[in-house]
Design a binder for this molecule. Sequence first.
Ligand code: GYE
Length: 311
Amino acid sequence: LMLGAALAALSTGVSAQTIGFSQIGSESGWRAAETTVTKQEAEARGIDLRFSDAQQRQENQIAAIRSFVAQGVDAILLAPVVATGWDSVLEEAKEADIPVVLLDRKVDSSDDLYLTAVGSDLVHEGEVAGQWLVDNKPEGECRVVELQGTTGSSPAIDRANGFRAAIEGHDDIEIVRSQTGDFTRSGGKEVMESFLQAEGGGDNICALYAHNDDMALGAIQAIKEAGIDPGDDILIVSIDAVPDIFKAMADGDANATVELTPNMAGPAFDALEAFMADKSAPPKFIQTESALYTQADDPMAEYEARKDLGY
Ligand code: GYE
């Protein structure tokens, strides 16, 4: 009888959903929090989440998606490491009638190859960071160094463009060096060391713009080790709002960050549930908020509010 009931539940689709999640890796504190939150959201909703960590490699993500399709999952979440090269595998999922929801990064593929994309306005984040610098830079010429995210990823492309748009027309602000730190702390530290060396120290650098907080935190360490005062001698503006950047702000070592919620899965699962219930199509882009935080915003309170969230 119990087996019969279980089979009936399966055949009527009452059984829990199975959703595959192809995650990029664990390059940043933000990424780790997104993974934690996604697992928690799935558990709270009774979703059987199949998690795959691609360790930063697109080929691993493509293999994971193919495996999810072969397993016949009900839906797929994809955080795409780079923007290009997804057409074929997204077509395969579409052929198999498996909806794909993009998380936090965008793809260059046509938008009929995925159900929806949950994420922030990545260009706007760069603009907010750039505008903060325009409003807060010291008098006179300001030479900026930039730590970019993973090459070819949509946040690296969009955050670079947004920042440039914000400083355009401000002739006293100039980006003098720009290099990828791959969204990691170690990358940020290493590249900042090379920036300082190439600039003959920190005297000629007015500000650092980092495409995420982790790179900023690595750079802060490099700046301190060079005997320079981050947050004062070199202004630091970055993106994500991870707990440690608030600590750095409280210490006066960092100046501003733009918040990115790690909860992309909540809106993604909501959209999938509605779609599966009655095929109602969500908008192609579900946008999360991008709030600016500075040293004036009680950074220790912000740290406390986030420190247990899986970062
Ligand atoms: O800002 C960074 C991460 O894809 C928007 O990826 C995301 C970025 C996030 O590793 O910390």
